[in-house]
Each structure stands twice: as structure tokens, then as C-alpha cells.
Design a protein around this ligand. Sequence first.
Ligand SMILES: Cc1ncc(COP(=O)(O)O)c(C=O)c1O
Length: 415
Amino acid sequence: MNLVPLKNEGRYDVHRVRQDFPIFQQQVHGQRLVYLDSGSSAQKPQAVLESLKETLTTHYANIHRGLYEFSQTTTTKFEQARQKVADFLHAPSSDQIVFTRSATEGLNLVAACWGGANLKAGDEIVITQLEHHANIVPWQMIAEKTGAKIIVAPITPYGDVRADDVIACFTSRTKIVAFSAMSNVLGTITPVKQIVAAAKERDIVTVVDACQAVMHQSVNVQDWDCDFLVFSAHKLYGPNGVGVLYGRTDLLNAMPPYQGGGDMIETVSFSGTTYKNAPARFEAGTPAIAEVIALGAAIDYVCGLGLDAIARHEKMIFDYAEEKLQAIAGLRLYGKAPDRASILAFTLDNCPSSDVGMILDQKGVCVRVGHHCAMPLMECLGVTALVRASIGLYTTTEDIDALVDGLHTAQRLLG
Ligand SMILES: Cc1ncc(COP(=O)(O)O)c(C=O)c1O
């Protein structure tokens, strides 16, 4: 992301934006709420809450089933949300958007359905050292089943993913490469386009974990040219319980279903069943109806603010936070990749990270502490736990000042 940082928060009025989030009206332990854990799950704007309420109170019904008006209205809004997701990702067709329970389920689906149908003993699956467990464990499970092997591309000592290092792992046996577009621990932004282009030349299927990336940059699946991509609604200021899987049409329709049940079939008889094409093929049972529609509202909300404006604001906050944190004696920042965004992970010398987290909590500052669902990365960094502050579209310089103040308190109490 080569974005020019704003000099101040003037053009993007973050204090006005915060008024859209009812949660910030509350205090925690008698202190102003400082939410620096958006990388884990983002807070919800009023528009998303209103959308949930509207579906549930004015036209709620199951979808794709009823002929009555409520069901028709809800079905239309559900499918409009699918189109909004397709537009948001620049997908050629909304039929390429599958709603799952989470990004985790999307990755499990690709591993089980594509991997189950296409991998055999000796084939290789390439991932990187900085993946979230959701992009490691499903591959381990399918590797165990099929006899395929996992090859792990290294990161640099700066926490950077270099395209050349990933490409160097490709062999004639590589069938699929699955990697994150942005690290949930180090904020590293991955050279998606270069990795995908090199994979395409070798007929290697590509899976992009865009869980963090969708919050911080514009994602264009046609520009990236990836075969599959996943993200979760709850990190994009939308509700829990909804994930998105984007897939190439021919690959999706050649894959067996993930689960069987209602809405995914063409015909069922005791002599056999035929399946619909994507997306219905992968959407067995009643989905999270109000939540999917509210994801559409979340997309409208972030697009209304402007993805570039959000990214510029977050870059300004990130630079401010990095400077302030670097000035704290005994604070060690992890990850120095040239292309990074919105996430700062660190330790404080002689201060256990869990104690730091608890002291920050008493000051109303919410951060994540631990292995961040990336134990192999922790091992590679030589740590067991990091404190992580992650920035969202509502983060202010005051939030960062409160974090810094809390860290000084932690040092005084623990050091
Ligand atoms: C990079 C990355 N991938 C995958 C996931 C899994 O997302 P979910 O728990 O919403 O399925 C996360 C969540 O933190 C993540 O940050």
C-alpha cells in the first residue's frame, strides 16, 4: 500500500466516525474505552445494528423457500448482500460468493473439498511461516488424509514474506499455495500478485486468506487473480457467524459439496441426489440470514467512509503509534517488513505479556495478548506471547496515548 499519510485527522473526521459506534459511549472500569483489538474482531456501527434489527423485526423469514412476501423480501435482501460482497471484492459474479460460518470454515471447505478431490500422496501444499492456525490446521488435516506434504515458506528476520522465498518452494509436485494477504500478528502485507502470478504459470491453485487485508485495503480478486479467497464478516465491522469464500467458478462447480442438506440439492431420491452449482452447492441448511444482510450494511458503511480514506487514517495512526512505542525504553517491536499496516506486536522487557494485558485492561485499554493463533510464527520469533495493538477505522491518537500511558504504568508496577 503506497498511501500518502495525512498530516492530521482533519479530512477524515474520526471523532465523528466514532459516534457511529454505540459501544464507545460506554466506559470500562470507569475509564474511556480504548479498543485496540479490531484485528481480533471489530466493533459494529449503528448501521449494522439497525440492519440486524430491521431484518428481525420487519420481514424475517427463511430464504429461498417461501412464496409469501416476507420470505421473498428477505431472500432479495440476502442475495443483494451477496452482490455487495461480489462488488466489494471485484468478483466477476455473485455466484462466486459462498457464505460460510467464518473464514475458518471457508479454509476448511477448500482444504476438504478441493484438497480431498485433488490431492494425492506425494503432492505438496505450500503455506508460509506466518499463517494463522486457520490456514495451517485444515491443510494438516487434509495432508494426513491424502498423504500430501506441507512445505513451509520462510519469512525474513524482519517478518517479511518475500515472493521469491515462496516461489522457491514451488516444485512439480506443488498443487496448491495458501497464504495470508496480511499477517494478523506482524501486520506484514504479502506480495499477493507476484505469488499468484508465479503459481499460475505452474498450474498451482491459489488460496488467499484476506481476513486482515479486507479491513485495511481494497481487495480485488480479479487483479490478484487468485482462485480462492476467504474473509470473516466480524472483522469488517459486520456481525459474527458469517464468512465469505470467493472461488473460481470452474473450480467451485467441480468440487464435491462440503455438507449435505436443504437448499444445496437439485433432486433427492433414495437412489441418489444431484447438487446445485455454486454458491448453493456449499450452503446446506439455513444460513445466518440477518447476519449476511448486515454484512451488506457493513460493506455499505466502510465504502461510504471510503476505503482509501480509512487506509490513510489508519496509516497516520500506525505511524504515530510506532513512533510512540519505539520511544519506550525496554519495548521490543516485532515485525519490520517494509510493507506493514495497522498491527503492532511487542513485548516489554521483564514484564510478562499477560500481566501487561491485565494492567492495560484496568486502564480501559483492550489489547490481545498471547500467541494470536499463530504458534509456529511465535516459535520462529522466539517468543511465547506478544502484546498486540490493532488499529481500526475508529482509532484515535488519544487511544495510542492511553496505550503508551498504560505501558508506562505496567513498567512501573512490573519492572
Ligand atoms: C489472518 C487470519 N486468518 C484467519 C482467521 C480466522 O478467522 P475466523 O476466526 O473469523 O474464522 C483470522 C482471525 O483472527 C486471521 O486473523
